[in-house]
Design a protein around this ligand. Structure first.
Ligand code: DGL
Length: 268
């Protein structure tokens, strides 16, 4: 079973891409909306949430976990891999075995990364814009990727201020959504960006509004399809494809599940 989690419903933008290429797998999705947004939280706080959610997902039967959240990936993936993957302590291995009913003593993690590399190959203006949370933009992981790849391309960044709240409230379009999007997108466009990277999994739900505000000639990139392909390759390589999967999906949340249910309904 594939476990997927995010601070809220944003990770559904990744789930829908994964489901397209792995329709027969079983899924358990966890929206940590009682603790959303993650974007302004400390690294320690996010790591603690990620540990709890990992154990919950393993307990539900997950044997591979997709961190469908750029902020949580940047903050926690290296800790999760150190603790729950091959090199974990014997105490954690025992715990995993007991949570998984004796099936697994370690777990594989797949994370998100803003699509800077493809954007750098695509820009004509030589300026790439990245929209993400403060947590992602300030993280060492993101900064290292950017610094190692940008070459002669200028990378400009902005927090998508209020974007997560729009999505969690189900407000994906309309004059107010456009106004909110415009405030964070305009500085990137003014800096000459012709390629905009969506570095938060909530933002693809605003893609029509972002495209409308950005206008013609601006390319908007969502990394979710590439992450889904990567997951599929890893599962093939590590024999994690489940021939017995029924294509069922379970959706859980730490807070109210009304928006989760509504968004899932819209995906189907
Ligand atoms: N969807 C998340 C991300 O990809 C985080 C949004 C938030 O909780 O701030 O970064």
């Amino acid at each position: 079973m594939i476990g997927i989690f995010d601070s809220g419903i944003g990770g559904l933008s990744v789930y829908r891409e994964i489901k397209k290429i792995l329709p027969g797998e079983d899924y358990v999705y966890y929206a940590d909306n009682a603790h959303c947004p993650y974007g302004e939280k400390t690294k320690e706080y996010i790591i603690e949430r990620a540990r709890k959610i990992t154990e919950l997902l393993v307990g539900k039967g997950a044997d591979i976990i997709v961190i469908a959240c750029n902020t949580a990936t940047a903050a926690a993936i290296s800790t999760l891999r150190a603790e729950y993957s091959d090199s974990g302590s014997s105490k954690v291995r025992q715990k995993m075995l007991s949570l998984s009913g004796g099936k697994r003593d370690h777990i594989r993690f797949i994370g998100m990364e803003p699509a800077i590399k493809p954007a750098i190959g695509m820009t004509h203006s030589g300026v790439v814009g990245v929209l993400a949370t403060a947590g992602t933009l300030n993280a060492e992981k993101y900064r290292n990727t950017r610094d190692l790849t940008h070459g002669n391309v200028k990378v400009v960044e902005h927090v998508g201020e209020g974007f997560v709240e729009l999505v969690e409230n189900g407000e994906l379009s309309g004059p107010h959504a456009e106004e909110v999007v415009k405030r964070s997108l305009t500085p990137l466009l003014d800096a000459g960006a012709d390629t905009i990277v969506l570095g938060c999994t909530h933002y693809p739900f605003l893609i029509d509004t972002i495209r409308k505000v950005a206008g013609d000639g601006i390319c908007v990139l969502d990394p979710a399809p590439a992450v889904a392909r990567h997951l599929s390759e890893v599962m093939d390589d590590e024999c994690l494809r489940h021939s017995s999967g029924n294509g069922t999906s379970i959706f859980l949340s730490s807070g109210s599940d009304s928006i989760l249910k509504k968004m899932v309904g819209n995906l189907c």
